[in-house]
Design a protein around this ligand. Structure first.
Ligand code: PLP
Length: 387
């Protein structure tokens, strides 16, 4: 069955395991080999076997992963990169030109903000931050004729705000812009932005897609073949591609995405209930909670609410730092989306670079990336750390 047929006929879990690769015709290998080769023998000048000539342009291990992630996002074409930011930079250069403008989240991932603010702006792409949970705020920030991209994360990091993808697709398209959705926090198992009108999906595959904190990578997925052409050209011209071993790891992670995500969500729900009842916790931020301002939109566009949650502690920054230091099953560290639970203090860690700007986060905020360990152990660990 071709990737397209898999996509049309199979459930998500089946696609996760089978899309993008057929067992190797010569050896029968059921898993894509790691094609550690830079070049390919040609049968006479220009006589390519299977279309491969040089591994910056294409490599079979990368092709398999790119087909699989495209199928899971219900897109036509996938592209794998050396990191999430490499994917973002390639996308921006492929679609924008100096003199144009982008709307970005006012609580964007710090690295994305830095890319727009310190790299793309120097190149000539202007940007305006807007609250992407409010389509009218995004509409007000759009400059018709000038805005090329409306860039959205949902849920956002670390405040887990929710953007209404369908509404923002209309806002972007009415202004002649494209909607880009960073789907890193949700993963394609929980949310498929292309089916809601987005033009491009971005991933840091370092997170839930890879899922084991053992690889840094990025991906783009599109439906439109003209966009695909532009990205293909820039992926090859800029060269920030995923290598074969990284592609193999990201692809291996993808196969278990559905079961991992369900466990991440189960554990997050258990922790939310525990934290809500704890006297040292002043607020729990999780889109699955009915009081979360984005809950209704999340319920509409997400299968479940994810493995990320944030909470604020009574006692300010000192208490938050103390909780982070005392957790033991939760590892103190940046990043997210791996099988192991992580705890971090956004104000001093992931979001330190936005201190003093409009993106600053509360000092008493703690962010959890809830892993797939036993929920009882995670609860006991936080109970100890909060006491
Ligand atoms: N997008 C989001 C939402 C992220 O959290 C990150 C990294 O933390 C990135 C993009 C950048 O990805 P990478 O670190 O793989 O370059």
């Amino acid at each position: 069955m071709s990737t397209q047929e898999h996509r049309n006929k199979s459930g998500f879990e089946t696609r996760a395991i089978h899309a993008g690769y057929e067992p190797d015709p010569t050896t029968g290998a059921v898993i894509p080999p790691i094609y550690a080769t830079s070049t390919y023998k040609q049968d006479g000048v220009g006589g390519l076997r299977g279309g491969y000539e040089y591994s910056r342009s294409a490599n079979p291990t990368r092709t398999a992963f790119e087909g699989a992630i495209a199928a899971l996002e219900e897109g036509e074409r996938g592209f794998a990169f050396a990191s999430g930011l490499a994917a973002e930079d390639t996308l921006i250069r492929a679609l924008c030109r100096p003199g144009q403008h982008a709307v970005i989240p006012d609580d964007a991932y710090g690295g994305t903000f830095r890319l727009f603010d310190k790299v793309e702006k120097v190149w000539g792409l202007d940007h305006s931050p807007a609250a992407v949970s409010d389509p009218e705020a995004v509409r007000a920030a759009v400059r018709p004729g000038e805005t090329k991209l409306v860039w959205v994360e949902t849920p956002t990091n670390p405040l887990l705000n929710i953007a209404d993808i369908e509404a923002l697709a209309s806002v972007a398209h009415e202004a002649g812009a494209l909607l880009v959705v960073d789907n890193t926090f949700a993963s394609p198992y929980l949310q498929q932005p292309l089916t809601l009108g987005a033009d491009v999906v971005v991933h840091s595959t370092t997170k839930y897609v890879g899922g084991h904190s053992d690889v840094v990578g990025g991906a783009l997925v599109v439906r439109d073949l003209e966009l695909a052409e532009q990205i293909t050209f820039h992926q090859n011209s800029m060269g920030a591609v995923a290598g074969p071993f990284d592609s193999f790891l990201a692809h291996r992670g993808l196969k278990t995405l559905a079961v991992r995500m369900d466990r991440h969500c189960d554990n997050a729900e258990r922790l939310v209930a525990f934290l809500q009842a704890h006297p040292a916790v002043s607020q729990v931020i999780y889109p699955g909670l009915p009081e979360h301002p984005g809950h209704d939109v999340a319920a509409r566009q997400m299968r479940r609410y994810g493995g990320m949650l944030s909470f604020r502690v009574a006692g300010g920054e000192a208490k938050a730092l103390d909780v982070c230091a005392r957790a033991e099953v939760f590892t103190l560290g940046e990043s997210l989306g791996g099988v192991e639970s992580l705890i971090e203090h956004p104000g001093r860690m992931t979001h330190a670079s936005v201190a003093g700007t409009e993106l600053e986060v509360p000092a008493d905020l703690i962010r959890l990336s809830v892993g797939i360990e036993s929920a009882e152990d995670l609860i006991a660990d936080l109970e100890r750390a909060l006491s």
